[in-house]
Design a protein around this ligand. Sequence first.
Ligand SMILES: NC(=O)c1ccc[n+]([C@@H]2O[C@H](COP(=O)([O-])OP(=O)(O)OC[C@H]3O[C@@H](n4cnc5c(N)ncnc54)[C@H](OP(=O)(O)O)[C@@H]3O)[C@@H](O)[C@H]2O)c1
Length: 359
Amino acid sequence: MTRFAFIIHPLSAKDVARKYPLAQFLPERLVEALIRMKKPLILSKITGITSPTGATTEGWFIACPLTPRQMLTLPIEEVYEKITACAVLAAKQGAQIIGLGAFTAVVGDGGITVAKRSPIAVTSGNSYTVATAIEGTLQACELLGMDLSKSTLAVVGATGSIGKTCAKVLGKRFGRTIVIGRDLERTQAVAAEISGAVASTTIDLIHEADAIVTVTSADSEVILPEHLKPGAVVCDVARPRDVSVRVSRERPDVLVIEGGVVQVPGDVQFNFRFGFPDGMAYACMSETMMLALEERAESYTLGKDVSVEQVEEMLALAKKHGFKLAGFRSFEKAVDQAAIDRAKSARAGLAVVPVAATL
Ligand SMILES: NC(=O)c1ccc[n+]([C@@H]2O[C@H](COP(=O)([O-])OP(=O)(O)OC[C@H]3O[C@@H](n4cnc5c(N)ncnc54)[C@H](OP(=O)(O)O)[C@@H]3O)[C@@H](O)[C@H]2O)c1
């Protein structure tokens, strides 16, 4: 059996309190200073992943004690060292491949340096993340009865590893595409590869979009209630989230779904709560599991470019091993029919009753 490990990290200093309850009483900067001194640790053993082919795998969650803010601001060598230490710990447990979760895949060169220094294979998981973001967005648009050829897509964070490929693949399906990044020249380079796409560095332009994929590596929210068109679909792939929690309260007409939530085959036991119901995982975790099930202890998605071929290969592996998109989730809850109906009504130009008033 090929075994895997997956690196997770606190999304904020508050998250640290899940493991160390005392942390909730300490100032954020002090919590960050304390975890900076800590070594990576094993959080749990993951068991029970069974493919319909009969293949099985198991693995470990490894905690990388750094927040996104620390990973973005500390000297990159210190961050690489800590991520590599996670891989060394995983190898000692018996893992042959390690997946880079959230910001451990974002920082620096997106896993290339870590893979060179790691004793085991490394993947960022971004290929399957792209695949599920595309699948989820298309399914949500279909549920709302959206005619894609007459609709506008916006991709926020379109110069990034996940955003770029989402924009290229999804851009072919929509009538119009707006790609949004921070650097105009690099954003224009992405737009140039999509027929009829426009590039922008202002978030306000998403007000024209019927469907939005948002996948920045910002450490705070970038999409606010006032940015969104009535009845829009927003697929938020970013962790931490790009979409403000205010959208869930103030825009009942908008359908926000979390990108990259996957149902894992078999009786998987994560033995660690990361905010999903039993049996569900992030797409990046699932990519690592699928490579292990395939006995492919080889580095897979690395760097800042995800190829369409890699996305297609991950889709094929998902089909083979029984990984599939989980039902839609929004702000840590399952999306119900009422939320879909509200967005549909808004698209039809009908008034939408605020969520609080319907309770
Ligand atoms: N749901 C899942 O399963 C899953 C899996 C993997 C990753 N993720 C999440 O996906 C996100 C992106 O990952 P990635 O690998 O594509 O990252 P990436 O390659 O670093 O790209 C990030 C994108 O966000 C932009 N950006 C960075 N900071 C920003 C800010 N403050 N405001 C606006 N835009 C900003 C970047 O612009 P520049 O090009 O100008 O830097 C780039 O376009 C992260 O939040 C990560 O945690 C989720």
